[in-house]
Design a protein around this ligand. Structure first.
Ligand code: SF4
Ligand code: MG
Length: 332
């Protein structure tokens, strides 16, 4: 089936005085319609930069230097819109109404000088032909649904009057009030306590059912991914090394990096390791990418003379796409 969003060979670089950091270095992935893709990987792998690049929300010194980001229409015959090539005006129309984004730190997207109610009402009315009263009703309903107590009163709060958890809920309410086709959520629950986190993840799944919305969830937490994802993309050093159904990637990962990540989470690891096994070695310095396979200095399956020389092609193995020389005729 046609995806909702397709990222093709995305390149987002940080152009610093000392050199260029290729934070996103050829990311390709698809987000399925009405379902949840979790993008996982260690911090610094380029997950957040990928997410922000989709709506062109990167700022200097970061710059999108290549790739395509295709947003498909409802009909298979509709031409996709390339968000990287779209005019600013068109992109503003897409934000909120087609694609809404929630960040780890809600203060980054909430205005300090307006009540949350006014911000939500404004976001709704930017894209929906609906009156102020109706928009306010919808905002109150959504604030209630994200678990904000007494939403009729809280709607007139300023962001600083709310706790961190409440602000995050308000941010999610704002995103969902616009009924986007895609919600991009970057570590939306990381700063919250476990109970609130579970409530918000449940809520996202309920609303996904109800609104038919796709979710791209950025998380370093494989437990969260296991709870909500239909598909999982694993990122390492600015690229996607494995992408497939969540059940396959999380229970029988193919790429040695995915295997190491899954092993590092005891209740996901199949053999019930008692101790947490962190991924061996450290992420290499940002200015230099290892030759050949980027993961080779840390890989348990490293093949000398091969993995350090040859860049793996991404191939299909069973129901999963994987970039590792252990798989595929192309890589033999
Ligand atoms: Fe490991 Fe080689 Fe596969 Fe890279 S290509 S993940 S180094 S086995
Ligand atoms: Mg991040």
């Amino acid at each position: 089936a046609q995806p909702l969003l397709e990222v093709r060979d995305l390149q987002t670089h940080f152009e610093l005085e000392d050199g260029v950091v290729k934070a996103v270095d050829g990311v390709s992935l698809t987000v399925p319609r009405g379902r949840t893709l979790a993008v996982v990987g260690e911090s610094g792998c380029g997950k957040s930069v990928t997410a922000r690049s989709i709506l062109r929300l990167v700022e200097r010194p970061a710059r999108i230097v290549g790739g395509q980001i295709l947003l498909y229409g409802d009909e298979p015959s509709d031409d996709p819109l390339d968000l990287l090539a779209a005019k600013d005006k068109r992109l503003r129309e897409v934000r909120w109404s087609d694609i809404a984004m929630v960040f780890q730190e809600p203060m980054a997207s909430l205005s300090l000088v307006h009540t949350i109610g006014n911000q939500i009402v404004e976001a709704i009315r930017l894209h929906d032909e609906i009156g102020k009263v109706a928009a306010r009703e919808r905002a109150i309903e959504m604030l209630g649904r994200v678990g904000i107590p007494d939403p009729k009163r809280r709607i007139d709060s300023y962001p600083f009057e709310l706790s961190g958890g409440m602000r995050q809920r308000a941010m999610i309410a704002m995103a969902l009030s616009c009924r986007p086709r895609l919600l991009i959520a970057d570590e939306p629950t990381t700063a919250l306590d476990v109970t609130t986190q579970a409530q918000i993840l449940d809520l996202l799944q309920d609303l996904q059912q109800e609104l038919g919305m796709a979710i791209m969830l950025i998380t370093h937490d494989l437990g969260v991914a296991a709870q909500v994802a239909d598909e999982v993309a694993v990122m390492y050093l600015g690229e996607v090394v494995e992408h497939g159904p969540a059940t396959s990637v999380l229970s029988a990962p193919k790429h040695p990096y995915s295997q190491a990540l899954v092993r590092s989470v005891p209740r996901l690891g199949q053999r019930g390791q008692a101790r947490l096994a962190a991924v061996r070695g450290t992420v290499p310095p940002p200015y230099e990418r290892p030759s050949g396979c980027r993961f080779h200095p840390r890989c348990d399956a490293f093949m000398a003379g091969k993995c350090d020389l040859t860049v793996p092609t991404r191939v299909r193995a069973d129901d999963t796409d994987v970039a590792c020389l252990l798989y595929g005729e192309e890589n033999r």
